[in-house]
Design a protein around this ligand. Sequence first.
Ligand code: DX5
Ligand code: ZN
Length: 223
Amino acid sequence: MIPLPKPPFNAIAPSILSANQLILGEQIKAVTELGASWLHIDIMDGHFVPNLSFGPATVKWINTVTKLAQDVHLMVEDPQKYLDAFIKAGASSLTLHVESKGNLKNLLKQIKNAGLCAGISIKPDTKPQVLEQFLDVIDLVLVMTVYPGFGGQAFLENGPKQIKEVKKIIANRPIWLEVDGGINKNTIKIAKAAGANAFVAGNALFGTDNIKQAYKDLKDAIE
Ligand code: DX5
Ligand code: ZN
């Protein structure tokens, strides 16, 4: 397992959901060479969100083509069912949704005990205050700025408010504040100004035909 880098710096996390899965290895090598901070891997079960994506085997194979850490975002109804498989596959961090089933605090502890980073995510309509109970076990908060399920959606208007509230809750703790959904060279600035320090980008990178320029645009926007 490759450890997730420690905060704080401004991290860019390409989301492979928008990559061409037939040339996934090449696309991952490209963002690795561009200096991406880590990879964001969206896992969907068709229940928690109306879409399907990857599984543990994807994580295992990705570890053979890059030295980047893998930040695995579990958009699944019952995360407990999948924790062991993703830990075994070599995920660097596992992020659970507060809206999913199970004793989340225990699951987060299980993730930490296995040596991974533990993350918790909130959907756009979830009140950030729910995060307070997890502060002593988490390394990362993932704020959704689109309704989860699909890449290429527009950054929601209440995104900055959510990010600011989460930032207030995290305060000076060494916890990543990662933002996910609709990040492009304009919205990345808004997210940074609101307090985020890690930025997931799917469509803004893999949806272009010049990934090098697209990466530079994102990087320049937060420098
Ligand atoms: C949405 C996913 C995101 C998605 C972001 O459910 O969690 O990680 O890949 O994609 P873009 O950057 O295209 O909005
Ligand atoms: Zn995601």
